[in-house]
Design a protein around this ligand. Structure first.
Ligand code: GLA
Length: 394
């Protein structure tokens, strides 16, 4: 895992750029253990926050400007808080702008701010670097307001910013777990009600993330197409049962009853979502009971369904999943996140983790010719302030 730049280094860098001491906030990326492509279908997910975070350092400005600076990207932006762009500008800064605008639309009066962003969540790897920057920015910007929203509200607001400003039609999972994650725990989240419960990851089990290092062009269009297909499916079911509002409401019986009335592609998509919701609830029970054989089975079934029914996997993800099979200490694995590239998640017994990480990388390299990155993670805490506010200037 990348060495986190310690808060004092970020503060020093902030002082070099802006000449004052900042307060620093951070928000983590995530892996999803199971429950994929269910969040926007009002279903269940079971993600965990991971040790990679995005840090946003913030300092006050006497004027009404929002000035943003990134450690990773060379550009530097200045905006007028009273006249923020209403449309994305096509930069990393859109995540910050979208959140600032959403906070203002929510009625928060933001004071002028300098922001420095330090990201350590791998970008484009399906580990939710976007949710991390959104949530950390929301905390940083809120420190320049007198109104403070609760974390679940921040999650909703950040999702809204990503949907409406950035233009990515994602569900609530990533922002929610980035806000609410807890050390050693996965979160079983009902994406309709936002009711949630923590499910402890059994001690001695670690999360090993295999980054395929590919992200296919179709990732965004494929994601949007799956959302559209889900909506089409709901329209069919509403004709047969007017109480259906989302695929979450379609039972296996209703699906079976109408299997022959659905276009084949729509049937496949529904089959995934409806079974994946069942698998997610079953996995939460199995995790709580320490039933590793069952968890392994459910994760395998989830991956196969994402590959064959929902069709969001790809050759590299399948090879990374196959590379884990049979390795000592392996409990279960599957693709994680939106798919079409990105990462797999593996649950592995701690004493085998180092060998597992080396061997999965060797096997994947041999199969694809691509050098993967493998991250050994534990479930971490959600978003928080990492330093106190600086002393006011005399
Ligand atoms: C992406 C989205 C999430 C979710 C997953 C698929 O990570 O941001 O909202 O839909 O894909 O489960």
């Amino acid at each position: 895992m990348a060495q986190p730049m310690v808060a004092s280094e970020i503060a020093d860098h902030f002082a070099q750029v802006f000449g004052t001491r900042p307060q620093i906030f951070r928000a983590p990326g995530r892996v999803n253990l199971i429950g994929e492509h269910t969040d926007y279908n009002d279903g269940f997910v079971m993600p965990a926050a991971i040790g990679f975070s995005t840090y946003v350092a913030v300092g006050r400005r006497p004027d009404r400007k929002l000035v943003t600076h990134s450690e990773q990207f060379a550009d530097h932006f200045e905006f007028d808080l009273d006249d923020l762009p209403r449309q994305r500008i096509g930069s990393w800064c859109d995540y910050v702008l979208g959140v600032a605008l959403a906070l203002q639309q929510r009625g928060l009066k933001l004071g002028g701010a300098n922001l420095l962003v330090h990201g350590e969540v791998p970008i484009g790897a399906g580990l939710s670097s976007s949710a991390a920057i959104e949530v950390a920015s929301a905390l940083a910007l809120m420190s320049r307001s007198t109104v403070h929203l609760a974390l679940p509200e921040i999650a909703k607001l950040c999702r809204q910013a990503e949907n409406n400003f950035v233009g990515a039609h994602v569900g609530i999972m990533d922002q929610f777990v980035s806000c609410m994650g807890k050390s050693g725990q996965a979160i079983l989240l009902d994406c309709r009600t936002l009711d949630y419960q923590f499910v402890a990851i059994p001690s001695g089990v670690e999360l090993v993330v295999g980054n395929t290092m590919v992200k296919h062009e179709v990732a965004t269009s494929g994601y949007n197409a799956r959302r559209a297909e889900s909506e089409e499916a709901v329209r069919y079911f509403m004709k047969w049962d007017p109480t259906v509002r989302a695929l979450r409401d379609v039972s296996l019986d209703l699906l079976n009853e109408h299997a022959r009335d659905l276009p084949p592609i729509i049937l496949k998509r529904c089959t995934h979502v409806i079974h994946e919701n069942e698998r997610t609830l079953a996995a939460a029970r199995a995790l709580a009971a320490g039933d590793f054989a069952e968890i392994g089975e459910l994760m395998r079934a989830s991956h196969c369904s994402l590959r064959d029914q929902y069709e969001v996997s790809c050759r590299e993800l399948d090879l990374m999943v196959e590379s884990a099979e049979g390795l000592p200490g392996f409990i279960g694995g599957r693709m994680t996140g939106g798919g079409f590239g990105g990462c797999t998640i593996n649950l592995v017994h701690e004493e085998h983790v180092a060998d597992f990480a080396a061997q999965i990388a060797d096997r994947y390299r041999a199969a694809t010719g691509i050098n993967p990155q493998v991250y050994v993670c534990v479930a971490g805490d959600g978003a928080q302030a990492v330093t106190e506010p600086p002393e006011p200037a005399p």
